[in-house]
Design a protein around this ligand. Structure first.
Ligand SMILES: [Fe+2]
Length: 125
């Protein structure tokens, strides 16, 4: 928990949605259903990234650029996953791709990068 309510709430929903996507993939979701979930998450994450980026600018966060670079990396992962599902449908390899790319990125980003930013914002807000 970062201590900034908006960020914590958004992170919670993102983690919940990833869990739902993984469960759906494991239980034989079709590509359409999976794509719908990926697109929802991509849009929601985009909203979340923009919120963070706006606050980093507003409060002159010194590590803004490296943080935004990481967001860009995640946008790329969403594109990769979307392409993967469009090309191959949904199967056990979808779960591997989602885990390897998205889950690994998110956990590390939330635990390290966002926490550092939230600590700064808490003092500035
Ligand atoms: Fe972030």
């Amino acid at each position: 928990m970062s201590g900034v309510d908006t960020i914590d709430g958004q992170h919670k929903l993102i983690i919940k949605k990833i869990g739902e996507l993984l469960t759906a993939c494991k239980h034989g979701a079709g590509p359409e259903e999976a794509l719908e979930m990926v697109v929802f998450m991509r849009d929601y994450c985009e909203e979340h990234f923009l919120w963070e980026e706006e606050y980093m600018v507003k409060y002159n966060y010194p590590h803004y650029l490296s943080h935004v670079r990481q967001h860009r990396e995640c946008r790329k992962y969403f594109e990769n996953i979307q392409e993967h599902v469009e090309k191959n449908g949904v199967g056990p390899d979808t779960v591997v791709v989602v885990n390897k790319k998205l889950v690994a990125w998110l956990l590390s980003h939330i635990r390290n990068t966002d926490l550092k930013m939230a600590e700064y914002l808490r003092n500035e807000m």
